[in-house]
Design a protein around this ligand. Sequence first.
Ligand code: PGA
Length: 253
Amino acid sequence: MRTPMIAGNWKMNTTVEEAVALVKDMQKELEDISNVEKLVCPPFISLKAVSELLAKSSIKVGAQNMHYEDKGAFTGEVSPLMIKDICHYVIIGHSERRQYFNDDFYINNKVKAANKYGINPILCIGEKLEENQSGLTMDVIERQLEQALAGVEHIGNLVIAYEPIWAIGTGKSASAEQANDTIGAIRQKLGSLYNNKIASTLRILYGGSANAENIAELAGQSEIDGALVGGASLKPEQYISMVKQTSAVYNKK
Ligand code: PGA
């Protein structure tokens, strides 16, 4: 069985002090839950402090983005070399990065760079509202997968996050069945790009207004392997509840 993941994407929130305090609140409650992978993705500035705090913890640390070059004249950017020793994961191609920072162009290189440095990529894909309403969801998703994974030979450590853009930060989550169907189709596409065996082992998360109210239903679906959580991951009681509910669902699976 695939181990579910509840990943918190903190986006551009929390100072270093706030990040450390938030992690401490979560740690007390979550340290002993072992059937769910717990991941926090604070802003770059807090990665070092949070990773030191979690050095011996079962909670893992991820970055929200990175450049694909090792070093160079890229003002304001952070390289894989700088984060590889403090991050287990890196989120790549989040829709906010695609929308505001032109990330569509760099995603393939970023996936390759993450593989090169042994940082597990969490690749975000998802359709816009108009695309969803025009029945283009799978066209968009297949194109995003093909672009992101072009020339990528090894996907054993890849995590996919299916995040319909219309559900992010809107309070309007996709229904669990809808998300499950799309995630099943994503798995099939990965099977055709690689092979069904590897596709059946990869974790595919749902993201977009996931919270303590809907996580049990989402986690109960056959294809959904947890969630990438924005807003709710900043509220310790919500995040803790999401991990605990997912754990309970998987204990019964
Ligand atoms: P949300 O964000 O949970 O606040 O909708 C999800 C995400 O952007 O990953």
